[in-house]
Design a protein around this ligand. Structure first.
Ligand SMILES: Nc1ncnc2c1ncn2[C@@H]1O[C@H](COP(=O)(O)OP(=O)(O)OP(=O)(O)O)[C@@H](O)[C@H]1O
Length: 632
């Protein structure tokens, strides 16, 4: 979403923008307007009230036209305020970036200097600077910029410290780039949004500070008008002729309000995390906007997805990540979902419990039946009570899902206490049992470990323990062993296998590894471009793949001990899900594709083995009627 569109969603920011645009436009055209000279005194016409002849806003104590002084004064105040903001931002950011990037002694030296500046009340510091330099608008500008440099320096240093330790900066160093270039090309682009945000939220403040100094007679000098000096001069007539104070006072109020509202809007709109999700927090459960009839529960599956369609609505585009996925898993059964990256495996998993982030995710059709109950239509409270207790997840990267500041024991205990009202002691002993269940050695001492103190394999076991914490009936595991070495992978697979045999768990196992599927899964579903293209008992699918895509996917897997053989990569790339071709999505990459494949929808047909193909490699035991239907 574009910056302006995001900004426009925030009504108050938009109002601020309109007001500021008007004020700036007025300031810009002031020299062209037929105004009286702002500095010409006319003591015969002192303190004329507003709406007097020839003086729309009246005159001041020297008979000068207030409207003219207001517009010229606004022009000056804005120019000084913006100039001070730019100077403070540039110098402060430079200081902050250098301190944050180099760290160590450089950082210490610079930041202690900044701290010393911050130790003085800002107005005292500004007064001291102006006292040293002498009164005058330029010196006021220098003073205001100087007192704001520490604010920018501190903010930007903090951000830079984080960035300076990121992998892409290390990579740039390894590539032989010099510090200057790294700062300019790697660090600066990442801090610019923060600088702009800090500027937009402080420029109003700086206009006020300049006005303050002018009010005290230290900024603009008579007869030159700025908003602060106008207020200062009007002070003595505050009671007798209030309009002389109200006119500049109102302008200061309007400008600062408008800038602050706009600044907040700019801050929100520039936050990259809000880009695709608009200016709202992600909803607690995926948004549901189902079109068409809702499928009814059928069959004896514990968890059944029926014609599930999940989409991502980003700007004008619709990414159809799932185009009608139907799957089922029975108690004690393990169903594998396999497919290339981007085929929709993770979105399938997340859609079950409404975990796809909305916006931009939308469930556009179909149903997810758990024991016959439709989860897609369920309330958030219902989903929350089922999440973890009935259906639990194991994710690929446990380091991303475990909280870094709590011990593993505390996190497991919390997961248990969320769903069951047990005492702390009970939760702890159950936690210990869980860690033992997942074969963590020295479980007792591991309870008090933090996630970073454990190895990848251990953390993955903690992830599994977390999923098992509330004795769920279904576990959805999204590539839980991808990051692990083969020995740890084998241990974790055998652990999951034991659990489903002993506890009758139903497992949905997402992977792109046929070896893992062969070892663990009873049945496997092959996904391509958001749809199931083949499904059946694991052994049968692996030995006699029916869909050309499955066959070619299996042909890409090297086999140990089979001697050398040529591996055939599948030519081309999977289609983008916002521009799926008509007919079979695999047709453009398929060597068997015929004209019929590129027209009309190809249905998934068959019995225990199903395939979505008009010319399967091995005809599954199709019943002729469905095949004929599919061909039409
Ligand atoms: N927030 C999003 N906005 C737009 N499209 C998205 C978003 N999240 C996912 N997608 C699209 O949905 C499709 C399915 O993604 P998904 O993460 O399910 O793939 P996957 O099969 O799990 O891949 P991997 O094996 O790499 O994890 C992809 O084409 C992806 O581009």
């Amino acid at each position: 979403m574009s910056f302006l569109a995001l900004l426009a969603r925030n009504r108050l920011a938009l109002a601020g923008l309109v007001v500021m645009a008007l004020v700036v436009a007025l300031a810009l055209v002031t020299p062209l307007l037929p105004l009286a000279d702002p500095d010409v005194t006319d003591t015969g016409n002192r303190f004329l009230p507003p709406f007097s002849e020839g003086a729309l806003l009246g005159t001041d104590h020297l008979g000068r036209d207030l409207l003219s002084r207001l517009l010229w004064g606004t022009r000056l105040s804005l120019a000084v305020g913006f100039a001070a903001a730019v100077i403070a931002a540039v110098l402060g950011a430079a200081v902050g970036i250098v301190a944050g990037y180099y760290g160590g002694r450089v950082d210490n030296l610079i930041m202690r200097g900044v701290d010393m500046l911050m130790a003085f009340p800002y107005i005292l510091l500004a007064l001291a600077i102006v006292a040293a330099l002498g009164p005058g608008l330029l010196n006021a500008l220098i003073a205001v910029a100087a007192v704001n440099i520490p604010f920018f320096a501190r903010n930007i240093r903090g951000i830079t410290v984080g960035i300076a330790h990121k992998e892409f900066v290390d990579a740039a160093k390894l590539a032989g780039m010099g510090d200057g270039r790294i700062i300019l090309s790697e660090v600066l682009p990442n801090v610019i949004p923060v600088i702009v945000i800090a500027m937009s939220t402080t420029v109003g403040w700086m206009i006020l500070e300049t006005a303050g100094l002018s009010f005290l007679g230290l900024g603009s000098q008579p007869p030159q008008a700025d908003l602060g000096s106008m207020l200062g001069e009007a002070r003595s007539a505050l009671i007798t002729n209030p309009h002389t104070s109200v006119v500049p006072g109102m302008m200061i109020l309007v400008i600062v309000m408008a800038i602050n509202l706009l600044g907040d809007g700019v801050r929100d709109a520039l936050d990259p995390r809000l880009r695709s999700g608009a200016l709202s927090r992600p909803m607690a459960a995926t948004m549901v906007r189902r079109e068409g009839p809702v499928p009814q529960p059928e069959g004896e599956a514990l968890l059944a997805l029926r014609e599930l369609r999940t989409e991502f609505h980003v700007k004008q585009r619709v990414y159809r990540a799932l185009g009608g996925v139907s799957l089922g898993v029975r108690p004690g059964e393990c169903l594998g979902i396999i497919g290339e990256s981007g085929s929709g495996k993770s979105v399938t998993a997340l859609s079950v419990m409404g975990l796809v982030a909305s916006p931009p995710g939308v469930i556009a059709g179909g149903a997810v039946h758990y024991r016959g109950e439709d989860l897609v239509g369920a309330t958030y409270e219902r989903l929350r009570s089922l999440r973890g207790r009935e259906i639990a997840y194991i994710f690929q990267d446990p380091l991303a899902t475990l909280h870094p500041l709590y011990t593993v024991g505390d996190q497991l205990a919390e997961a248990i206490r969320v769903h069951r009202g047990v005492s702390r002691g009970e939760a702890r002993s159950r936690t210990l049992a869980l860690l033992r269940d997942v074969r963590i050695p020295n479980a007792e001492s591991r309870l008090d470990s933090y996630p970073h103190e454990m190895s990848g394999g251990m953390r993955q076991r903690v992830g599994i323990a977390m999923a098992l914490a509330n004795d769920p009936q279904v576990i959805i595991a999204d590539e839980p062993t991808t990051a692990l070495d083969v020995t740890v992978q084998a241990q974790i697979l055998s652990l999951l296998d034991t659990l489903r045999r002993e506890k009758g768990l139903a497992i949905v196992f997402i992977t792109h590894d046929f070896g893992v599927v062969a070892q663990l899964c009873d049945r496997v579903a092959v996904m391509y471009a958001g749809r199931i293209v083949e499904e059946g008992p694991t052994q049968a699918v692996l030995e006699t793949p029916a869909h050309p895509y499955t066959r070619r996917l299996i042909a890409c897997v090297p086999e140990l001990g089979e001697g050398k053989r040529v591996l055939h990569a599948i030519p081309g790339l999977p289609p983008a899900v916002d521009a799926l071709p008509p007919g079979c999505a695999f047709a453009p990459r398929c060597d068997k594709a015929a004209e019929a494949c590129r027209e009309g929808d190809v249905a998934l047909h068959g019995g225990a083995r199903k395939v979505r193909c008009l010319f399967p490699e091995t005809a599954p035991e199709t019943d002729p009627e469905t095949a004929a239907e599919a061909a039409q």
